[in-house]
Design a protein around this ligand. Structure first.
Ligand code: ARG
Length: 468
C-alpha cells in the first residue's frame, strides 16, 4: 500500500521529509483545549514584539505590522471568525501562522529568541492569574450573601452539632459565619498562589535562556508580572503554579461540598430548617410532591472533579525530567476543568444561599431536646467551685436521671436537681435555658449574638476593603 505523503508543518518542518501520520496528528493536537489561551497568547506576543523592537531585532514598521496583525487576529477570534486548524497543533502556532498570512515577513521574526516552551508557560500563568482574580471575586460575592443572612439571624438559635448529634446551642448567624471563615481562608490561599504565579518565564526560550538582548524586566512589567524567572530550565518545566491553584480549588471544592451537605440535610422534611427557592431545585418525574436540592447535590458531587484534577496533575508531574516534556500539554484540561467548575459552583451556591429561607422556629424548638444545656449546667457547678471533672460526672448522673423520666434537664424541679448536689440553687435556670446560655459565650469566636455581630462588622470591613 502506498502511503500518502503528509504535508510538513511549515513552522517546524525544515528537517522533515514527511508530515505526521493522521492519528499522530490528531493525538498530539491540543488546540481544541488550549485555544482558550488566545488572549494571553496575543497579549504576550504584542509585548514581546515591543521588546524585540527595543532590542533592535525588528524595525518600527515591522512592529506596527505585527501589532496590527495580532489585533486583527484577536478580533477574528472574538467574533468567531478565526479558522482554528488542528493540524497546526496548538493555539500558539495557529496564531503565528495566521499572523504570517496577515503581516508577511515581519511575522516571521516574532518567534526570535522565543520558544513555545516559555511561551506556553507564560500564557498559562497570565490566563490563570486572571482566573484567580475572577474566582477571588466570586468568593467575595458568596461571602457577601452569607454575611447578609448572618446579619439577619445573629440572634436566632439552633442546635450546634458534633457527630451530627445535638451538642450545644448556637446561633444560626454563628453557623453561617463559620462558612464565611472557610471561604476567607480560601481567598487568602488564592492570593498566596497568585503571588508565586506572577513570575514571568518568557526569555527562557527553549530551556537555556536567550542570547538576544531583550529586556526581560520591562517585558514582565508590560505583562503585569511581579517578577522574572531566575532559572530558564526550571521556568519552562515548572507547573507548581498549576498544582497550587488546583489544590486551592480542591479545598474550595471541599468547603462548598460541606456547605452543600449541610443545606441538603437542613432542607430535608425531617429537619425542615430551610426552604430552598424553586430556582435551584428540581422535581421528580414520578413523585409529584418532590422538590429536590439538586444544585447543592451537584456541587457536592462535582467537587470530586476538582480532587481528581489535582490528582491528575500531580501524577502528570511526578516523573518528568527537566526541562520541557510534551506531557506538560496535558496540564490544561485538568486545570481548566477545575477553574470552570469552581466558577459555576461559587455563583450557584451564592444563588442558593440568597434564596434560602430559614425556618427559625423549627431550629429553636430543636434547642429544647437532646439535653442541649448539659455543659452549661456543668459550667454552673464550676462557677460554684466544683472541679470540672466532678461537675461533669454529677451532670452526667442528672442527665441519666432525666432520661429515665423521659424529660429534659431543664424540666426537672430545682429540688430534684439539689438531690445530686446542694450547690444548685434557683439561679441555675439561666444555665438551663438555651436562649440564655448562648448569651454567655461572648469571647472572640463564641456564639453570643453580641460577638457574632462584632464578627460580622469586622468581616464587612474586610470585604469592603477587598472590593475597593
Ligand atoms: N502545546 C504545547 C503545550 O501545551 C506547547 C509547547 C510545545 N513545545 C514543544 N516543544 N513541542 O505544552
Amino acid at each position: 500500500m502506498v502511503r500518502e505523503k503528509k504535508k510538513v508543518n511549515p513552522l517546524w518542518g525544515g528537517r522533515f521529509n514527511s508530515g505526521v501520520n493522521d492519528l499522530a496528528q490528531s493525538f498530539s493536537s491540543s488546540v481544541e483545549i488550549d485555544k482558550r489561551l488566545f488572549k494571553a497568547d496575543i497579549q504576550g506576543s504584542i509585548a514581546y514584539a515591543e521588546i524585540l523592537k527595543e532590542a533592535n531585532l525588528i524595525s518600527s514598521s515591522e512592529l506596527s505590522k505585527i501589532k496590527k496583525g495580532l489585533k486583527k487576529i484577536l478580533e477574528e477570534i472574538i467574533q468567531n471568525k478565526f479558522n482554528w486548524d488542528p493540524a497546526l497543533e496548538d493555539v500558539h502556532m495557529n496564531i503565528e501562522s495566521r499572523l504570517t498570512t496577515i503581516s508577511g515577513t515581519a511575522a516571521k521574526k516574532i518567534h526570535t529568541g522565543r520558544s513555545r516552551n516559555d511561551q506556553v508557560a507564560t500564557d498559562l500563568r497570565l490566563f490563570l492569574m486572571e482566573k484567580t482574580d475572577d474566582i477571588s471575586n466570586l468568593l467575595i460575592s458568596l461571602q457577601e450573601s452569607i454575611l447578609l443572612k448572618a446579619e439577619i439571624h445573629a440572634d436566632s438559635i439552633m442546635p450546634g452539632l458534633t457527630h451530627l448529634q445535638i451538642a450545644q446551642p448556637v446561633t444560626f448567624g454563628h453557623h453561617l459565619m463559620a462558612w464565611y471563615e472557610m471561604l476567607a481562608r480560601d481567598y487568602s490561599r488564592l492570593q498566596d498562589a497568585k503571588e508565586r504565579m506572577s513570575v514571568m518565564p518568557l526569555g527562557s526560550a527553549a530551556l537555556s535562556g536567550t542570547r538576544f538582548n531583550i529586556d526581560r524586566k520591562l517585558l514582565a512589567k508590560k505583562l503585569g508580572f511581579k517578577e522574572i524567572s531566575k532559572n530558564s530550565m526550571d521556568a519552562v518545566s515548572d507547573r507548581d503554579f498549576v498544582l497550587e491553584l488546583a489544590s486551592s480549588l480542591s479545598i474550595i471544592g471541599i468547603h462548598l461540598s460541606r456547605v452543600c451537605e449541610e443545606i441538603i440535610i437542613w432542607s430535608s422534611s425531617q429537619y425542615n430548617y430551610v426552604n430552598l427557592s424553586d430556582e435551584v431545585c428540581t422535581g421528580s418525574s414520578i413523585m409529584p410532591q418532590k422538590k429536590n436540592p439538586d444544585m447543592t447535590e451537584l456541587i457536592r458531587g462535582g467537587t470530586s472533579k476538582t480532587i481528581a484534577n489535582l490528582m491528575g496533575l500531580l501524577s502528570l508531574m511526578k516523573n518528568l525530567p527537566l526541562t520541557y516534556n510534551r506531557d506538560l500539554q496535558e496540564d490544561k484540561a485538568f486545570i481548566f476543568n477545575s477553574v470552570d467548575f469552581t466558577e459555576d459552583s461559587l455563583a450557584l451556591l451564592a444563588l442558593v444561599i440568597e434564596g434560602m429561607q430559614p425556618n427559625t422556629e423549627k431550629m429553636r424548638q430543636d434547642c429544647f431536646i437532646g439535653q442541649i444545656t448539659a455543659t452549661d449546667l456543668a459550667d454552673y457547678l464550676v462557677e460554684k467551685n466544683m472541679p470540672f471533672r466532678k461537675a461533669h460526672e454529677v451532670v452526667g448522673k442528672i442527665v441519666a436521671h432525666a432520661e429515665t423520666k423521659k424529660m429534659q434537664i431543664f424540666e426537672l424541679e430545682i429540688s430534684e436537681l439539689r438531690k445530686f448536689t446542694k450547690l444548685i440553687e434557683d439561679d441555675v435556670v439561666n444555665y438551663l435555658n438555651p436562649e440564655k446560655t448562648i448569651l454567655a459565650r461572648k469571647q472572640t469566636g463564641g456564639t453570643a449574638p453580641t460577638q457574632v455581630k462584632r464578627e460580622i462588622r469586622v468581616a464587612k470591613n474586610a470585604l469592603s476593603k477587598r472590593r475597593s
